[in-house]
Design a protein around this ligand. Sequence first.
Ligand code: FE2
Length: 290
Amino acid sequence: MAKLSKRLSTNVEGNFFVDSTCIDCDTCRQLAPTTFVENGDYSTVFHQPKSRSEEFEAYQALIACPVGSIGVVENNDSQFTQAKTSFPLELEAGVFYNGFNSEKSFGANSYFVQHPEGNWLVDSPRYLKHLVNTFKDLGGIQYIFLSHEDDVADASRYAKTFGATRIIHRADAHAMPDAERIVDGQEKVQATPGFMLIPVSGHTKGSMALLYNNRFLFTGDHLWWDPHKEQLGTPSNLIWDKTQLLQSLSRLSEVTFEWVLPGHGHRVHFDGATMQCHLKALVDSRSLTL
Ligand SMILES: [Fe+2]
């Protein structure tokens, strides 16, 4: 829990605050954009929650924060408990954002897909009893998709608990050397019915995306939505290879998807044609910078 003694002076007066342990990972700004904003190297409270729904979202941010940098002067136990049990958060039927982002992955988002032929965990949240029990209730975890080396977090603990198959690209497998399934090359791989592994080298050599039902694209740190620019984004630094990154983006035009569900950055949902327009705009803009 955040400490009042470390409260950032940039917070507006009121119950919620961010302290100086913040790592500026963006999790709170995604969950409660009416309360939190980026200010320099930190997130900060620019508007105290006024409505019950704003307060609920702020509590979700408090709970999801990977480093416990968000605090309240006076806790609302009911709202806190409801916010905690709201995770995993169902985005559409059977597709969840897990919350409880892990500091080990610099606060990356992770997801869960419920499927009759085996559930998938996409990257890893913190290993917590609440999530373990919820995943058990939802039918366990059969596969753990690891988008790239940065976001493995507690995947091994979840794999051990559920006997899951961890999937990672060979070029990033040093982050999970005992993974049960290693993917080679840059060709798409149909992993199981409805689930396609798409190598998208660029941010890291072994980055991969996971396409589910030609609708949900889990992108790791390869692709995200920028709500301020209202356009898709991709890394501009921390890139293993710029040319490969652009080629990987271009190849996403070969598949259909309607959701972008990233590790870092905001998620977004469009119809397939609109998504491809946004993708083309991103590819065109990045081509000019090469
Ligand atoms: Fe990354």
